[in-house]
Design a protein around this ligand. Sequence first.
Ligand SMILES: Cc1ncc(COP(=O)(O)O)c(C=O)c1O
Length: 464
Amino acid sequence: MAGLPNLDHYWLPFTANRQFKSMPRLFKAAKGNYYTTIDDRILLDGTAGLWCVAAGHGREEIASAVAHQLRTLDYAPAFQNSHPLAFEAAERLAQFMPHGLDRIFFTGSGSESADTALKIALAYHRVTGNPLRNKLIGRERGYHGVNFGGLSVGGIAGNSKSFGNGLAGVDHIRHPLDISRNAFTRGVPKDGGVELANEFEQRITTLHDPATIAALIVEPMQGSAGVVLPPAGYLKRLREICDKYGILLIFDEVITGFGRLGTRFGSDYFGVVPDILTCAKGLTNGAVPMGAVAVKREIHDAFMSNAPANAIELPHGYTYTAHPIACAAAIAMNNIFAADKLVERAAGLGGHFEQAAHSLKGVPFVRDVRNIGLVAGIELEPTPGKPGARAFATYLKCYEMGVLVRYTGDVIAISPPLTIEKNEIDRIFSCIAEALTSIAAEGDKGLDFTRYLKDEQQWVVPPA
Ligand SMILES: Cc1ncc(COP(=O)(O)O)c(C=O)c1O
């Protein structure tokens, strides 16, 4: 058994650090759909890491491509120089994208992709002679990463309230979650989509001059804020309104990309093609940090034809844009998608997954189950005065029982690798049912976190 490291120096992201360090949950290995923890516990990965390990852990194809690349060309300057794999990775990704989105800008993460997309939208209007189109519209409960652009158009107050005002010239439209009307709907809610989308038009015409709006950014399915699905017709109507007023539509597909909904992208699932699409995560199976922004050819070409000869068309990019190691991983992952038919696999499992998720109806505290593709959100009744406490207890209890789930607020979010088996899907949801039943039976004690993972505290001291 490996030992416990010194926990003092590492400041964990989006984590209750003090709680974590009193009960560290450390993984030392992963293969297929399972993690091994530092104390040799085996955990079924119900979350594909952070929605990113689409092809399962420890893929040999990615490991050997990365190792080979590391020994061949570890780095090439990203500005004014490049390397062949960058072009190959872009070509492969362009072919994987919805039709027309075939110009690719690489980034290092989903957050960088969101900010890159917003900057391209603003700059596009400038190069095409519309500098007054400079407002950005996001959505309540939207998550577009943690950089200032994404944070500003994002709609999760808890993420932004610590950081001041964010970007100026930003507004938000309503989120589509309506539990009173749609609780326990299987898949997307049937009604209300067009009416809800029409509020976008109403908002931009009554509060703004639509000719000042540069872009609307939405996730096809809002993942991080608790699995919020768009009602039927909603995204199509947003597309129509954007077209009517010359507003660019950006889909943030950092979660919905790469097979998660049983289609390559959310755009394919909903039959709506944005002008700009952002992605990350499944692009490299989470093995190497990388994101990308796919842009319609006309948008890209506007930059190429309007900038003076030999001038930099877009003054934007990162040291690690199209990093050779990340490109090698992305190409290997692209091969895996084809060889393993991962998207088709996810589509084939959707019905079983939906059935298993909705078996939680009637389990203590479950007030809604939402599902699409291989994603489920299980919304719990909140505990008065302790938001998120029940979901956190459920996460700890499931961890004890050998299943990794994710929680966000009072929602348990499930998004397994696309390599998940049917019996593993059943295990995830029966584990959640058992955890909630046990928490309900224990009353207040069920929310006493110090009672969980007791044996996790008995660490072996590393050899000197
Ligand atoms: C829709 C969406 N956009 C952006 C991000 C940010 O990605 P990253 O954490 O790679 O910066 C996420 C992360 O979960 C996301 O879900």
